[in-house]
Design a protein around this ligand. Structure first.
Ligand SMILES: C[S@@+](CC[C@H](N)C(=O)[O-])C[C@H]1O[C@@H](n2cnc3c(N)ncnc32)[C@H](O)[C@@H]1O
Length: 323
């Protein structure tokens, strides 16, 4: 799906960890190592990546969603290694671990929403369920989606829907939001879906999936500041890696994947002298080597069993000694 946003669709089997075998093989956690899982969710990857850590290994689970604690408790009870949970967004959590002097042998990010979040109507992520328009992965965040929709300018709403949702009718929908909120507040998922349906041409209501899908995605990215946290989180994750440490990221949409690809390419790149220089003048050394030369995608068999996996892209690098 080049150039278009990739969607993580809700479904009943979405707890299945995406690309689990490939990731375990490529990140290869070894006995006694420390793994930092930035997006613990239901602990699906945790079960696979902790399997070989042994009693001297440590699995650090991060998630900003407080509901994840229950999944972590079950995981910790059954794990053969030491475990620890940090509830925070991963940029802040990684910075905190770095300040403590923790060094990671493996860092994994599995970006986006979990099926538990999508399937709980009260969280407001689902356009097909009536609920308060919330969308905060961390309920302690200041602004819910309803607050964003109530206060953002028409220009910002248009831009976000275009950039983060690739919504073709962004301008009309933003106008519809501004018109509607002047009459009565938009406080539920159903209110927003109604505005979107009224703003798009009739033909668009029946083509390309649910008409509010892209608007909900854009708002979710804004509410959770997902791109800013990822940009910061990648730097923090790399800084935390021990020499030989591996960083792997699973993305579900193209904006994130582009950011991750650029970040990893930059770490792998050495000399940045202009082409044609007889000898290197910059002296820049590459800080990492690629583990994946191009994005790893799920097999058709995995997509059959777990349709949520279909848009997943996995990339990984390994930090060089002195990198
Ligand atoms: C796709 S799910 C992860 C699923 C997990 N790998 C598994 O196998 O069960 C993403 C999880 O990461 C959390 N999350 C997303 N972005 C985050 C961030 N910036 N900081 C901390 N947690 C985040 C979400 O709350 C959600 O629980």
């Amino acid at each position: 799906m080049p150039g278009s946003l990739l969607m993580a669709a809700p479904d009943a089997v979405a707890h299945a960890p995406v690309l689990a075998d490939e990731i375990a093989e490529l990140l290869a956690p070894r006995p006694g190592e420390t793994v930092v899982d930035c997006t613990f969710g239901a602990g699906g990857h945790a079960r696979v990546l902790s399997a070989d850590l042994g009693p001297n290994g440590l699995y650090i689970a991060i998630d900003q969603d407080p509901d994840v604690r229950a999944h972590f408790a079950t995981f910790a009870q059954n794990a053969a290694c030491d475990t620890r949970f940090v509830r925070a967004n991963f940029a802040d959590a990684l910075a905190g671990l770095d300040a403590e002097g923790v060094r990671a042998d493996v860092v994994l990010m599995d970006l986006g929403l979990s099926s538990m979040q999508i399937d709980r109507p009260e969280r407001g992520f689902s356009y097909s369920r009536q609920a308060p328009l919330d969308m905060r992965m961390d309920p302690g965040r200041d602004r819910s989606a309803a607050d964003v929709v109530a206060t953002a300018s028409e220009a910002d709403l248009t831009r976000w829907m275009r950039e983060y949702g690739e919504e073709r009718y962004a301008r009309g929908i933003a106008k519809g939001i501004v018109r509607r909120r002047a009459e009565q507040p938009i406080t539920t998922t159903a209110d927003l879906v109604e505005v979107v349906k009224a703003a798009v041409p009739t033909a668009a209501l029946f083509a390309g999936g649910h008409p509010a899908k892209r608007v909900f995605q854009a708002l979710r990215i804004v509410v959770n500041e997902e791109l800013d946290v990822l940009e910061e989180g990648l730097d923090e994750a790399f800084a935390l890696l021990a020499p030989g440490g591996r960083l792997g990221v699973i993305c579900f949409h193209s904006l994130e994947d582009r950011m991750v690809k650029r970040f990893m390419r930059d770490r792998v790149r050495g000399c940045i002298c202009p082409p044609g220089m007889p000898v290197c003048g910059c002296g820049r050394q590459s800080a990492a080597a690629a583990i994946t030369t191009r994005a790893v995608k799920p097999s058709p068999e995995e997509i059959d069993v777990n349709p949520r996996a279909h848009s997943a892209r996995f990339r990984a690098i390994v930090r060089r000694a002195g990198g």
